[in-house]
Design a protein around this ligand. Sequence first.
Ligand code: ADP
Length: 431
Amino acid sequence: MFKEIKRKITLFNTIILIIFMFMFIFLLGFLVNWSLNLSGEIYLTNVAKEIIQKNSDSDVGFIGPIDSVHDKFGYQYIQWDSSHTVKTMKVEDRNLVKLGYELLIGEQPAQEFSAVFSDNLEYRVYTVPFSNNDNDYVLQVFQQVSTERSIITNVISFLLLIGIGSILVLIPISYFLAGKSLLPIKETFENQKKFIADASHELRTPLTVIQTNIEVLKLKEDEQIKDNMKWLNNIASESETMAKLISDLLLLAQAENQRLVLEKEVFDLSSMCTLLVGLMAEIANEKGIELSENILPGVQYRGDEERLKQAARILLDNAIKYTPTGGKVQLCLSQGKRNLVIEVKDTGIGLTEEEKAKVFSRFYRVDDARNRETGGVGLGLNIADFIVKKHGGKIKIESVANKGSTFSILLPRPNLKQDTKKNNHKIDTIT
Ligand code: ADP
């Protein structure tokens, strides 16, 4: 598909290039021709003026050679009297007399400027009537223009050759550049395809489990519900997984389309962390994990409280999920010179350097089968990372395999004076 688009872009570029090239050559040829014609006509007019001037100075009507600059350029002329007889002339090409005569007696009145051809040579002719000593004359001045014409032809052929050569060179360059400009689109498209494939795969698993459990229940239609709670619980749990997955996918889709708007307000980050630890205490307890906290009180922050809670919860949830029974998990809130730091420390399974580099990728799970059991689909850290980045911060990981991990959310310290004015919130502690 991309090859086809690349080919189309190249073809389009080439056609545009050819059109521009022809327009340019045509315009250049036209302008050169026009300016040569104009200067030729000015030259012939000046020559004719001088000839007529000489003529009026001579009472016998004889015009001698004109010793002026025009001689250098070569001109020929014929002076006809009213009975169409040559009065005086200076011609090297005898054929011009015949051509001049035809022009003189032609059906159409002779134009001021015209062209005649003699032995494949083109002449520009200036015809001008004048009177001298009560006699009427017609003067024809000839200038050979074949050299002019061949210059124009040569310039155009030369430009055409250069143009065709350039197009031949530019076609592969354009093809290459089209490929380059399509790369980001291709990448986005591939990512999108992978995302859809992964999402469908993740949705199919709980759906299959639900369908299987429903099939089992159908076989037990005579039994009581309370005797089949196991299957119903399975369905409930998988529905929950699906609902969470769908809400995660929706959030990521919004993030992708730049439609996720953060509702930023000043809030108490310390209270949010304390609340979160309280929320997770029961889950940690059930798993036999010691959950503790070390939260700096009264820390204010301007951001989207719900989203930041979601990010911190993902880290805390993971810490509990990936720490075996008997382990420890701690949530700390502190402030450095530049950042507010929410740290989630655990004594769990840890991550290798290679795994650390990949954990933020969508649908990435270190141990696919085992992590699926924990209910994770590999979207949590991607979402947390997105939320934190949206707040101008980042997530840092320190981890040693089989020893434990520390996931830290670094949020740039706010300028609360400004923020407070904006939000009209009363801030007790300036952090
Ligand atoms: P999941 O929903 O599968 O937990 P996440 O994106 O949150 O997805 O995490 C991606 C993977 O990173 C997890 O599957 C797990 O293998 C690894 N991981 C995340 N947090 C931790 C942690 N605290 N300790 C060890 N491994 C972790």
